[in-house]
Design a protein around this ligand. Structure first.
Ligand code: NAD
Length: 316
């Protein structure tokens, strides 16, 4: 069924990849993005240039904090909101906690208010594995309600999930919080380790490696995340769910660098640095719930995903 979907953050890494997938399914799309200065506007313009003029797309450059934008959106009709816009990144949030709060919490509430006013039932929210924080029960399960975020960014995502619970309870908004686990692939944000390290290795520059290389991440290929988001867009069984979208596999920082070296056929020059505050030692998703609710399955192995990423870099 063709839906009218509002995608916030649609010029970003995950957002622009999602938009391309939704266009293939012929949905009618409104995209919001303010080209936040976290990384260059030119990168985001490049992300959207293939679809910005598509007849099924309405692109609005605007800030989710803006009441004027919310009025503009209230004049339109939507069946679904997919809310991806956020100040992303753990380490920068430590320098700017209030900025993260304003965009990620108040901005999310603005969109929940829009859903309430317009009686938009389906609200899909980009949450994050970082909400689990330093939880030691690996793999992390959605049933574990003890969240231990250790960065302002992570705590804004907890707030978003809880606001969604209140709106779902009070106003009948179906709220689906998807906890993404370290997403990578073509268009990955330039601040994220795989992208940053790849550029440095290619150019023969040193990479800053925080800690002894033993920290582990559950890397998830972007197309698998998009399959999960699509599952949430169509889900209609219950009114509030929190769902992990991960891979259920842990790869150490040292292993990740080794795969990059193999794929780029070049040795990394490692600049060993102390561990960073706000970084968690390990992430790993239990994915049974995503499978049960959305039929989700992460299909892309790490090496395969890195090869696809390299392919994209080479073409660019
Ligand atoms: P991204 O930075 O590439 O995309 C976010 C987009 O939101 C950007 O294009 C940015 O310009 C836009 N944006 C920021 N502030 C805005 C505002 N005030 N108004 C309108 N637009 C605004 O990041 P991404 O990696 O694609 O992440 C998308 C979502 O997924 C974010 O909510 C992020 O927190 C979440 N997430 C990402 C990962 C990951 O590994 N990439 C992991 C967990 C959660």
């Amino acid at each position: 069924m063709i839906k009218k979907i509002l995608v916030t953050g649609g010029a970003g890494f995950i957002g622009s990849t999602l938009v391309e997938s939704l266009l293939k399914d012929k949905h009618d799309l409104t995209i919001i993005d303010n080209f936040d200065a976290f990384y260059p506007k030119a990168v985001k313009e490049n992300n959207i240039k293939g679809f910005i003029n598509h007849p099924s797309i309405r692109f609005i450059e605007g800030d989710i904090q803006s009441p004027v934008l919310m009025e503009q959106l209230a004049a339109l009709d939507f069946d679904v909101i997919v809310h991806l816009a956020a100040k992303a990144g753990v380490r920068p949030s430590i320098a700017d906690p209030l900025g993260y709060q304003d965009v990620n919490v108040k901005g999310t509430q603005n969109l929940l208010e829009l859903a309430r006013r317009k009686k938009i039932v389906q609200f899909v929210f980009a949450s994050s594995s970082s909400v689990y924080g330093v939880n030691k029960n690996i793999p992390w399960s959605e049933d574990d309600h003890v969240l231990q975020p250790i960065s302002p960014y992570a705590s804004t995502k907890v707030s978003g999930e809880l606001l969604g619970h209140a709106y779902s309870h009070l106003f009948g908004t179906r709220f689906l919080a998807l906890r993404f686990f370290t997403v990578y692939g073509p268009r990955q944000r330039p601040d994220l380790a795989i992208h940053k390290f790849s550029s440095a290795i290619m150019n023969g520059q040193p990479i800053d490696v925080f800690g002894d290389g033993s920290t582990r991440r559950d890397y998830t290929y972007v197309d698998d995340i998009i399959t999960g988001i699509n599952g949430a867009i169509h889900y209609d069984q219950t009114m509030y769910e929190v769902v992990n979208l991960g891979n259920n596999k842990m790869i150490s920082l040292s292993e990740m660098i080794q795969v990059l070296e193999e794929v780029w056929e070049k040795k990394a020059i490692i600049n060993r640095m102390p561990e960073q505050p706000g970084d968690v030692p390990v992430t790993c998703a239990a994915v049974e719930k995503a499978k049960r609710l959305f039929g989700y399955e992460a299909k892309t192995g790490f090496r395969e995903g890195i090869l696809k990423f390299k392919n994209w870099i080479d073409k660019r």
